[in-house]
Design a protein around this ligand. Structure first.
Ligand code: SF4
Ligand code: SF4
Length: 387
């Protein structure tokens, strides 16, 4: 039952793609391509458009990207740009507008090149979270995006439509969080790959009510032990994955953990838990202020300082009874790479093994990753469980 539901869910992306190809979705709805968790999707929905994540997660387009971009750039940026340049991503092709943010330098500069062949709107994300002007600057950027969407799609976005979109996305987030939280159980009902399938695929369906209904079915099925996909082992090493975003195609670390007997019970990164606790504060009357506050508190390493990531990790380690933390940095991602020192110290202070991996989208390092992850799992088995 759970297996079937997950398989069907993983097909949402292909279904939406077919709709775009056959012109069904396109006729009714504009498409906005996005590349980051900071993008305020509520404004895009309120404009009547569909926000779709375009982050590249496969190696196949990287060589094309390297004709325009430096080789020593994060694979996520190169893959994303490569898909855009080669026209291999139908969602990019059908996007009427791209919305980017000034998160890391690589993405920011890549958007400049992308804007030579696609309409791109870049939002200025302030990086000093504790500086007082950050929120008001970001709120201003939400207004600037609203104006661009209105102009681009010839619509008017009123506050009621924004609140409606907030309600839709908050409900979706609540269910996804409830599904992820089921993995606090031992054994975890869902594998790391199941979690990734859910968090990755949900963004591609234009019918948000359908997504919600399917997510609820998965939640119910995952709670029934007989509905579980595989017989899971109680007491197996429970790994928390943090660091750079992973997606379908760049999930090699999750696979290597689970092939060697561990479970990735939770992911703190952007394809996991990073934004799941963040709900919009409805007591704030101005929807722009409410959205600005929510998005500005996302604990990404592009923020300085980024204490809330440490707090989130600490909570997750405890709530998910984690035995070890793997911190994955994509090559040339300076912010996550540097932050690994702080994360490692915190995890070790909590008495847990910590493994920092630096990798890219190629498979050339799978052998060495396998050995290092295998050693971590052995270490976990040798260390008495703290939780
Ligand atoms: S890791 Fe940071 S920059 Fe990358 S998608 Fe997430 S929020 Fe955006
Ligand atoms: S993984 Fe790092 S370098 Fe790559 S896009 Fe995200 S923040 Fe930028």
């Amino acid at each position: 039952m759970l297996e079937t539901l997950l398989e069907e869910f993983s097909l949402l992306r292909e279904q939406e793609m077919m709709d775009l190809f056959h012109g069904r979705g396109k006729k009714e709805r504009k498409v906005v391509g996005i590349y980051c968790t900071y993008c305020p999707k509520e404004l895009i929905l309120a404009a009547g458009a569909l926000p779709v994540g375009l982050c590249g997660t496969r190696e196949e387009t990287i060589s094309a990207a390297e004709q325009d971009l430096p080789r020593n750039l994060c694979p996520l940026i190169k893959s994303s740009y490569g898909y855009a340049k080669t026209g291999k991503c139908p969602f990019f092709y059908f996007s009427d507008l791209i919305v980017g943010e000034t998160t890391c330098d690589g993405k920011k500069k890549m958007f400049e090149i992308m804007s030579t062949f696609k309409p791109v709107h870049v939002m200025q994300l302030p990086h000093l979270r504790e500086a007082g002007a950050g929120i008001s600057l970001w709120r201003g950027e939400l207004h600037r995006l609203r104006a661009r969407l209105e102009r681009e799609f010839n619509v008017e976005i009123d506050d009621a439509a924004i609140w409606e979109a907030i309600e839709v996305l908050d409900r979706e987030r609540e269910v996804v969080k409830a599904i992820c939280d089921l993995n606090q159980l031992d054994p975890p009902p869902l594998s790391g790959l199941d979690l990734l399938t859910i968090t990755w695929s949900k963004g591609y369906c234009s019918d948000k009510e359908e997504v919600l209904a399917r997510l609820k079915e998965i939640y119910v099925a995952a709670q029934r032990p007989d509905g579980q996909k595989n017989k899971r082992r109680k007491g197996a090493p429970r790994i928390l994955l943090t660091g750079c975003p992973v997606g379908i195609g760049s999930e090699k670390v999750i696979r290597l953990v689970e092939e060697q007997g561990g479970y990735v019970v939770a992911m703190e990164n952007c394809t996991g838990y990073k934004r799941l606790e963040l709900q919009v504060d409805r007591s704030i009357k101005d929807p722009y202020e409410a959205l600005a506050r929510k998005y500005y508190s996302i604990p990404c390493s592009c923020m300085s300082p980024n204490k809330s990531r440490l707090e989130l990790l600490e909570r997750m380690i405890s709530n998910f009874s984690v035995n070890a933390v793997i911190d994955l940095t994509w090559q040339a991602c300076h912010t996550y790479n540097i932050e690994a020192k702080t994360v490692g110290s915190m995890v070790k202070k909590m008495g847990l093994p910590y493994l920092h991996l630096e990798s890219d989208y190629a498979n050339s390092d799978v052998g060495s990753l396998q050995i290092r992850i295998g050693a971590l799992l052995e270490l976990v088995a040798a260390v008495p469980r703290r939780w």
